[in-house]
Structure formats: C-alpha cells, structure tokens
Design a protein around this ligand. Structure first.
Ligand SMILES: Cc1cc2nc3c(=O)[nH]c(=O)nc-3n(C[C@H](O)[C@H](O)[C@H](O)COP(=O)(O)OP(=O)(O)OC[C@H]3O[C@@H](n4cnc5c(N)ncnc54)[C@H](O)[C@@H]3O)c2cc1C
Length: 458
C-alpha cells in the first residue's frame, strides 16, 4: 500500500490525540512482523485508539475510503496473524489497557483488549482468582481472544474460548455490537461470541470482553517422568487422560529440547523422552493420593524415573524453562529462523504423530525440536533453518506440510492454538472442506470489502 495522502493523514490524526497516530518509519517497521518468519507489507500508519467510540469512528472512515485495517496486540503470534499483508492502517490496541471491573462473587472481569494476561492475573489474584489460558508469552487479552490461545493448563482448564462470556465488537463498517451475556449459561440464539473468538481480527475489532475467572488452586504439585523411548512416553498420555486424575498440565518433551534447557538453565534433567505433569487440588493429602495413582499407572506404561515433591522454586523454574522453550531454541541457533508446527490430533493418535514427526525429520535431515501439550493431543515441532536459503527453507516447509497433512488425515487440525494467520491458510480447504466455503460466506457478509486483516485465514 502506498503512503497516506496529506488529507488522509489529517483526517486520521483528527480521530485521536496527536501522539496516538503515527506515520513514522520506526513505528511502521515495529508493526510489520510478529515472531514468525512472515514479513508483511509496511503499513502506511499506526493508530492507537483508547475507546470503542474512537475505533468505531476510525473503522467507519477506513471502510468508506477502502483502506485495509490490521488489528495488533502484543505481536507475539507465530503465524503472521497480526502482520499487515496490504499495508494500510495498523490498529494497535495496546493502549486500551484498562481492567474495567472485577466481580469476585461472579468470578468475572470486564477488560479492554490491550490488557496483558499477566497483569490481569496480578489483579484478579488479590481475590484468589485467575484467568487460566496461558500461552507462554505475555499476550494481550484481545490477541488471545482473536487467536483462541491456550497453553499448558488447557488440559484441565480449557482454552480462551471457554472463558469469554461477552464481547463488544466494532464491525468493519464501524457498527458496534454486543454479543453474549454475563449469565453462566444461555441458549439464546446463535453463539456470536464464539464466532469472534478465533476469527483473528478478520471480522471486526474486539474493544471489550467479559471474562470468566477460576479459583487459584490451593495446592499444586509438579511431577517429571522419564521413559526409555518415545513410544512409551506418548502412549502413557492417553492412559493418564483416561484415568480421571485430571492433570493440570501434561507436556511431552523430547531429549533434544531437554538437552538445550539443561545447557541453558542447568536443570539437570535426564535427557530422555519425558512427561512434565502438574496436579492441582484442595489439599496436600488429595494431591499425594493422585500422585501415587499416577506413579503406579505410569510405571505400568514403562516409566523409568518418577520425580515429584520438588520445592516451589524448582517447580517454577521447571515451568519457566518449559514456557521459554521457543526462546531457548532460538538462542541455541543464532541467526536462524523458526517455522512452528502446531497440529493437534485425537490423543489416541498422538504416539503415531510423534513418531511420524521424528521419522520425517530424520528422513529430510531437518533440524527440529518435538514437544507439545500432549494432554490435548497438541504437537509442536519447532523447525530451525536459514530463511535466506530457499532450498533449506523449502525443505522445512515440506516437513511442515507433511506433518500437518498427516494430522488432518488422523482427524486433527492444522492449528491447536496458534491460529491460521498466513502460515496455515494452505491447509484450511483440506481440513474444513465445504465448511471453509461457509466461513468465507460469513466473512463476506460481515466484511464485504475484505478490509479487516486481509490475507489471514482466507
Ligand atoms: C514464546 C512464545 C510462546 C507461545 N506459546 C503459546 C502457547 O503455548 N499457546 C498459544 O496459544 N499461543 C502461544 N504463543 C502465541 C501467542 O502468544 C498467542 O497466539 C497470543 O494469543 C497472541 O496474542 P498477542 O497479544 O501477541 O496478539 P497479536 O499477535 O498482536 O495478534 C494476534 C491476532 O489477534 C488480532 N487482534 C489483536 N487484538 C485484537 C482485537 N482487539 N480485536 C480483534 N483482533 C485482534 C490480530 O490481528 C492477530 O490476528 C506463544 C508465543 C510466544 C512468543
């Protein structure tokens, strides 16, 4: 997209206070890439609204001028989700960062979309409550809603979609709508709230959300379990899920990543296929009982080492290291880029997917680290390579394609939590068939000019 004309710049500047609209080069360059290798088209300008009214006025005008608009949260997406593909205007929501209300008795909070997840949890924590979806990054609530983000605790607590009760959304033409309600249940018409969750900013801008909160568990206990081989480790996942023990986290790690974590953080973990688990409960006795049952079960699945009762500092260190897996991989390969597989399959097919991924990495000679939110059947393969070397990068894309295609063949999805963005668009028709055409019709209905976050999902 070309630069804004003088008139357009003047009009956009008029919607907000002076310092909240910029055509400066550095601001534009800061909004052209998320953490993925997808590089967008330099936007013509960035605007930072602070109210729903401002968003509405801006969108009404951009719609009449046929200017594309790309919403931006913390920019931590992995698939180019907030990357402008046609330049145009980037709407950065980070200054809409107010927690509007916390209602502890209802276990709810009303927030603006730029509120950061960790900040929200600090405030709700004062009431013994938390917002459970936990992507490793300190994402904005708007970005999490748009990507339907989740994380290590999703196996027990669910994904972002399970915590969004009500939304205020500004549609591409500037119209403001409210979806959902604050009651715990409702059968009232189409569930528009869940239509916007996961729509990646392609249908409108979320300017307010009512979130459900959960009670902070009184007690927690982390467990690390090692196995001789990946087959045993991945088969143990379905056994744990089927046991009714309800782990609050159930992560699979493979020796390659554990080795990098040990090197960087001195964790001293056995470099074997491993499960990291966590249990939450109302008493220590209940947790100890759960862990005893888990130990017995996992030993029958071939576990060779079972460690628990680590002190709080060590527990936090373990989970911090797990959350920072992607950064650790990056630091171990300076100058390289990553391509992230985020497929998910039914848990009975998880072992097959893990072995398939390793087999293809070996066959292609690709550098890749396999791990994932195993309890959800969610598999990550972080592929590492040189973006400037077309042969090498092309080979990584082929590995990604083969793994994702296999996941879809097994009844799974191209993305368990990161969203479609630019990177996973190519798999949408294969995964959804005729439903993809219905998604396109809905997009066409709400955004007939195709101006909202163009080039994503579709
Ligand atoms: C180290 C690391 C680990 C991660 N681990 C996980 C993980 O475990 N699980 C997981 O799910 N994700 C993970 N992610 C990915 C990422 O953090 C999430 O997808 C997160 O939800 C993105 O939020 P954000 O605020 O950065 O949004 P952005 O990346 O800025 O935007 C995300 C999408 O939301 C849209 N958007 C932003 N705000 C709005 C709004 N107000 N209205 C409408 N659309 C909007 C954007 O256009 C874009 O399509 C990880 C990322 C990193 C860097």
């Amino acid at each position: 997209m070309k630069e804004f004309t003088g008139d357009q710049t003047r009009i956009l500047s008029g919607f907000v206070e002076t310092e909240r609209f910029s055509t400066g080069q550095s601001h534009r360059e800061l909004h052209v890439r998320d953490i993925s290798a997808h590089v967008g088209v330099l936007p013509a300008g960035i605007i930072w609204p602070v109210t729903t009214e401002e968003v509405s006025q801006i969108l009404a005008w951009t719609y009449s001028e046929e200017i594309s608009v790309t919403p931006w949260g913390a920019g931590t997406s992995t698939e180019g989700n907030p990357v402008p593909t046609r330049g145009g205007l980037v709407m950065d929501l980070t200054r809409m960062d107010k927690i509007l209300d916390i209602r502890p008795k209802d276990l709810q909070a009303d927030v603006q979309p730029g509120v950061l997840r960790k900040g929200l949890n600090r405030q709700t924590g004062r009431f013994g409550l938390f917002f459970p979806p936990d992507p490793g990054a300190d994402a904005t609530i708007g970005g999490m809603i748009a990507n339907n983000a989740s994380g290590v605790q999703t196996v027990k607590y669910g994904a972002t979609k399970d915590y969004v009760m009500r939304l205020t959304v500004v549609l591409p033409q500037g119209k403001v709508i409210h979806t959902g309600c604050r009651a715990r249940k409702s059968s009232s018409g189409f569930d528009l709230t869940r239509l916007f969750v996961g729509s990646e900013g392609t249908l409108g801008i979320v300017t307010e959300a009512t979130l459900r909160l959960a009670g902070i568990p009184e007690h927690n206990l982390a467990v690390t379990v090692t196995f001789d081989n990946l087959q045993d480790a991945s088969e143990a996942v379905a056994v744990m899920i089927g046991s009714g023990l309800e782990p609050a986290a159930l992560e699979l790690l493979t020796p390659g990543l554990i080795s990098l974590m040990n090197r960087e953080k001195g964790l001293g973990l056995p470099e074997c296929p491993s499960l990291f688990c966590e249990f939450h409960g109302i008493s220590k006795a209940a947790l100890n009982e759960a862990v005893d049952v888990a130990r017995e079960l996992l030993e029958t699945c071939g576990a060779t080492d079972f460690r628990y009762a680590m002190e709080e500092g060590k527990r936090k260190e373990l989970w911090r290291a797990r959350h920072e897996g992607w950064e650790t991989i990056h630091r171990a390969h300076p100058g390289k880029e990553t391509l992230i597989v985020d497929a998910a399959v039914p848990i009975s097919r998880y072992p097959e997917m893990i072995l398939f991924s390793h087999e293809i990495l070996d066959r292609k000679g690709a550098i890749g680290y396999v791990f994932g939110h195993a309890g959800d059947g969610n598999l990550h393969v972080v592929l590492v390579g040189d973006l400037k070397n077309p042969r090498e990068w092309g080979m990584l894309e082929e590995v990604n394609r083969e793994i994702v295609t296999q996941a879809i063949r097994l009844g799974g999805t191209c993305t368990g939590e990161h969203g479609v963005g630019i990177g996973k668009r190519q798999f949408m028709a294969l995964e959804h068939g005729e439903s993809y055409a219905v998604m396109k019709q809905i997009k066409g209905l709400l955004d007939p000019k195709g101006l909202m976050n163009p080039g994503k999902i579709f």
